[in-house]
Structures are given as C-alpha cells and as structure tokens.
Design a protein. Sequence first.
Length: 567
Amino acid sequence: MSGRLHRARLPLLVVAVLAAAMITPAHAAGPLISQNRPVTASTSENAVFGATAAVDGDLGTRWSSEFSDPQWIQIDLGSTAKVDQVTLSWETAHARAFSLKISPDGNTWNDLYNTTTGPGGTQTLPVTGTGRYVRLDLTQRATQWGYSLWEFQVFGTRDTGNAETLLSYGKPGAASTFQDDPNCGGCTPAKAFDRDPATRWATSATTGWVDPGWISVDLGAPATISKVVLQWDPAFATAYRIEVSGDNSSWREIYSTTTGRGFKETLTVSGTGRYVRMYGTARSNGYGYSMWEFQVYGTGGNPTPAPSLPPNPAFPGRLVWADEFNAPAGTGPDAAKWQPETGPGVNNELQYYTNNNNARHDGNGNLVLQARREVMPGSACPPDPVSGSTTCQYTSARLNTYGKFTFTYGRVEARIKVSSTQGLWPAFWMLGADFFDKRTPWPACGEIDIMEHVGKEPNRVYSTLHAPAYFGAGGAGAPLDLGQPASSAFRTFAVEWDSSHMTFSVDGNRFFTVDRNQLETTRGPWVYDHPFFIIINNAVGGDWPGPPGAGTQLPQDMVLDYVRVFQ
C-alpha cells in the first residue's frame, strides 16, 4: 500500500483558507457549474481516490492518479457552457506541466491554458472557451507520486442559445404496442431512448404487426426540434410521419416520407412541441415496426445529460498494457493478466478447453496454445463426426483478460504464428465486458475479431465485427489473402479503434476499415463504445472450419510473441 494512503489531511485552518478561496470565484467569473457532474480519469491510485472526489465540493476528499505520466481527468458539464474560470486545488502531488482543454463533443479539443511551471497549491485560472467537456491533461509530475486534486472546479454560464442538444435521452416513451416474448423480451418504448444501440423497441407480435404503428417521447417541456435520428431494425417503416404536439393529443406533421429505406435515417426538421412521434403507415416486411434508437435534437425541453463517450486516443498511443510472454519454459500464463476458460467450446467446436494444461511458455519469449488429439474423460462435446462419441476427443486452450484488464478504444496488437490444418480455428479477438458485467447476451455485447483463421483456407485471415443487427456469417468483416500460408511466419495483427472507426491491419497493411456512420447507415448500430476484454484461443472444429479430417495434423501450436494495448 502506498505511503500516501496514510498521509494526513490538511490542517483545518488550511482547509478553511482553501475553501474560502474556492467557493468565491473571481469577480468576472460565472457560477460553479462542475460540482457533482460526471467525471472520468485515465487512472485512479485505488478505489479510495476516485475521480468523483475532485468534483464533490469536499476539500477532505481527493482524486489521485497512478504514479506515471501522462494522466488526465475530464468533466462532462452536461450541456454547452461558456467557461470563464477554472480553479485547481492541488494536494502536494501536483502537476508541473499541464494543459486545460475544452470540447463540444469529447473528441475535438481547443486549448484553454498551458503551463510547464505549475506551482501547485490553489490555482485560479481565468480562461475563455465554449463547450460541454473540460479536460486536464497532465504531462509532468512535480513529485515521485502521481497527480492529486482536492477539487477541480469549472465556472461559467450554461449556453441557453441555439446549441443543438440531445433532448430525448432517458425520457418517457409511449407506443401503440410493444413486444415482450422470447424473440424480443422487454422491447418497450424506453429502449428507443436509452442511447443503448443494442436494445430496441418493437411492436407486439400478437397485436401490433399492423398499420399504423407509432412511438412517441415526452421531452419534459416545450422544445424547438431541429433534427431526428432513427436507427431502424430490419422491421422498418417505408412510409411514416414525424409529428409534434404540445399536449400529446393534437399532432402536427413536420416530416413525412413514403420511401423510407431503414437503417439510420438522419432527418433535418423544424417544429415546436413537448412530444415527438414517429407514426408509421406502411411496413417494410411482414413483421411490425422496430428501432434501436429514436433520438430528438434541438433546444429547450428538459434534457437529461447523456453519458459522455471516453476520449478518443491518438494513434499509435502510449503502451497501457502488455504481455511479452518472457517467462520460464513450462510455466503457465500470467495469472495477473489472463484467466483460463474451461470446458467445451461453442459453435459446435469439438475441443475441451483445459485449465492451462494446453497453455505454456516455451522459454523463448512465446506463449503456446496447443490443440491436440486427446480424450477428455467426463466431458460433453458435440458428436465426433468419425466416432460419434460425445466425449471430447480434443483438448486446447482459451484465455481472456476479463477481471484483469478491460478498456475502451485504443490500438490492440499481437504478434502470432497461427496454427493451420483442416479443422483448426485460431483467433485473437475481443468481447464486450458487459457479457459478464451485466449478463448481456451475445451479440448484444459486441464482438471485435482482430484475427480469425480457418485451416481449410490456408492463405486467408479474417477481421469481423458482430452486433445484434449483423452477426455470425452476416458479420461486418473482410478477408485478407496473404499470398502464402498464414502459418508460415509470425505476423502482427492489429486494430485501431475509436468512437468513429476501426482499422484492421496485418504487418502494417491496413486492409479493412469500418466507418461508424457508413456501418450505421448500411448494416446496423455501432455497439463498441464501452469496455471490452481480450480473448486468445485455438479451437478445433466448429460450424465455420468444419471438423478435422484425414489430412489433419495434430498437435498444432498457436504461438504468441506478445499482446499489447496502446491508448
């Protein structure tokens, strides 16, 4: 435990002086607008020193980072504001060099203040800028410790002008009907306003697959509507109207079409009202109406600030996690970084994943995941195509970082020599952490396949995304023909991932890019703005590669030189 954990709090007199300095902004400054707002940080020293302590108004609590450079802390003000002052109340562990930035969207940043001679103590900084997010980028520590703030305060005035704001997030919804059955459980109107692209509203299968069908939202107060975004499920409306109302009874049309194309439709509209409704009059198929998101933008209303996205990384970024596999020969994976998944696989795979019996360091800086023909007594696998036995005839290894390391956005890469023979399926991929955190089922949790290889296609590797609207054989992906066997050499497989795109590469060859807007307007929602964990596995059999055959050569090694994550 760090000695800083035992450091005494400031004497009461000093705290009182700090408090007096901080609760009274400079003469020209606006009111305090950051207290108890959502806040995120690059790291926290431990759970005691979380980021929220820097915006809680309590000078006896503080945020403290890990002991490395750089670090950052970011406040979401909830709506656009004109910022005119920032006050930083440092603990002894302050920043020598840092910059203050402001952004309208958490992605594009403008400078408010920079210094390389930060004095610590309480700094009151007159600044000028407009935006929703304020960020402190910390690049040089003044002590051997991390960075520590008693309070990070932002003063200014919220913009009540014409800034377009998401008005519908978290607001009450209503609909003609909704579906709640095994095919779409709890698909209520609220699911269209939760800004979760993996949940949806759908009309009832028993009473609602008829025309017309509608869904509406109560914005909480009168608003001026300027934009509506509809992210449709395949059950979309070819003909519909967007309507507004002041009383939820008398409706006025502000948009209509008879050529709706589904997927993501961004509509520029103009109208005023407290209620907004999509009124569908013609369905695209024999099902009802269904949409992942119904977003209303404008001014006024009574908006609830939506959670902010994590900041986008700069590529290639700073190394934040790695395993170089430099362990003695015969030792298993680092338990601080990997956990084994044990038992039969999925997708009709034929192997049994063992508790690290098939995962060992080779002593030459590599981790080997070995697939071998080996009967696993007491196991239960799909019937072997040769013997018909349901006892697993093969063993292998699958490891993941869940509970050890999860992250959102960055460059993820691994140097791998793949296994390759008929019936083998090595993979390097990621799964949304909510698969375990919230028991979110696949594919709603999202899946990012950085590399998959099937032995029946010796020269090819694949990169693919899976989500509720595109998954399995219909995933959004692309192959790369290497022109030689994939197993002939070590290769570096990577993805660069942020809020707007993913670019996949092999040995620096960027062969496949997924653009968020294009994906949403042609395939379905982007479900990749939350933490993911890493998986490596060497599968045998399954729906895609098929079973081992007469030409299959076992054992087969999937050899990993390293796995690295940069942000």
